[in-house]
Ligand binder design. Structure first.
Ligand code: PMP
Length: 330
């Protein structure tokens, strides 16, 4: 029988899919690495299993222990899936800008979730970083993976995401584009692709306007999971050849186009990364093979990005746009 006893071996090995519609007018290829095919629905399954394996091996996480982590949702789901199978408790902290749907998903997997204010400095005692530190101190047997400093985060991408892309493109990739949150994806996969290609593959980070990676001050933006107001240890700026800043509006409009035109129901950081990838492809010419990583699926964003009223309230979708006009006629 073809039966898997666990979801864990099914993490990674996600497919590449060519973008055919949003690329109209471009001569090069833009190819998406679609991470929602992971069992937990996002790229973060990769780091979850590797961080837990390493903590078990070092003794930092012991049988019956508790995993405490600040997470915008995806890392939480990956950790919760592995924790279930191995008998750990999960306590996660999230900033309150994270969609309620995503919080409910983590709770559905059995995790406990503490919602913290977004609009406070990272070192404020109420921030989701500080609250996770406090809980990790207070709960007995607690282990904090800390995806912002854990070397297993970039390493998981160096060992899985990068090699997969190289093999799947038969070494023909010319540019790799990914959003930067913890920086684990771009640092790990980017470093591998640079090394294996002898420096030929260009590595481009996509960042929300306002975030520190593209020179901002950390002012608020709405796209989730990417951008930072601090510089995490998991991000190595040496790996990136360039950072492209993308506005919330461009990110969300592209996210909706990916669902309508490409059949890819994905999250807002995916739209952001695709906008950056199209800008790269535009100037790279006909030989370009641009691979863009799409971190998660779109079902956690139905009440935001895919909700017309929410989009209109922020001025991201005006009644005058073509998309709204079609809706009005139907
Ligand atoms: N998009 C989403 C939706 C995410 O949750 C994350 C992870 N924070 C990223 C992009 C960025 O990935 P990384 O942390 O590897 O930079």
């Amino acid at each position: 029988m073809q039966v898997h006893d666990s979801l864990i071996p099914l993490m990674g090995n996600t497919p590449l899919v060519r973008l055919r519609s949003v690329t109209a007018g471009l001569s090069g290829q833009v190819i998406a690495k679609v991470e929602y095919f992971n069992p937990g629905g996002s790229v973060k399954d990769r780091i979850a299993v590797r961080m837990i394996d390493a903590a078990e091996a070092s003794g930092a996480l012991r049988p019956g222990g508790t995993i405490v982590e600040p997470t915008s949702g995806n890392t939480g789901v990956g950790l919760a899936i592995v924790a279930q199978e191995r008998g750990y408790r999960c306590v996660f902290t999230v900033p309150d800008k994270v969609a309620a749907d995503k919080v409910n998903v983590m709770r559905a997997y059995g995790a406990e979730v503490v919602v913290c204010p977004t609009a406070v400095a990272p070192d404020h005692p109420d921030s989701y970083y500080s609250v996770s530190d406090r809980l990790a101190r207070e709960i007995q047997g607690a282990w904090k993976p800390d995806q912002y400093s854990n070397p297993e985060n970039p390493r998981s991408h160096y060992l899985s995401t990068g090699p997969e892309i190289w093999e799947q493109t038969e070494g023909r990739i010319t540019h790799f584009v990914a959003g930067v949150g913890t920086g684990g994806t771009i640092t790990g996969a980017g470093r591998y692709l640079k090394e294996v290609s002898g420096g030929k593959v260009k590595i481009i980070g996509a960042d929300p306007e306002g975030s520190v990676y593209s020179g901002g001050t950390g002012r608020p933006y709405l796209v989730e999971g990417v951008g930072e107001d601090i510089w995490p240890a998991t991000y190595d700026p040496e790996v990136c050849d360039e950072i492209i800043a993308v506005s919330d509006k461009d990110s969300f409009v592209m996210t909706r186009r990916l669902a309508r035109e490409e059949g890819l129901l994905v999250g807002g950081s995916c739209g952001m990364a695709v906008v950056a990838a199209l800008r790269v492809a535009e100037r790279a010419g006909p030989e370009a093979v641009v691979v863009v990583l799409l971190p998660d699926g779109g079902r956690g964003y139905l009440s935001k990005i895919f909700n017309d009223e929410w989009m209109q309230n922020y001025g991201f979708l005006s009644a005058a746009t073509d998309e709204a006009k079609v809706g009005d006629v139907l």
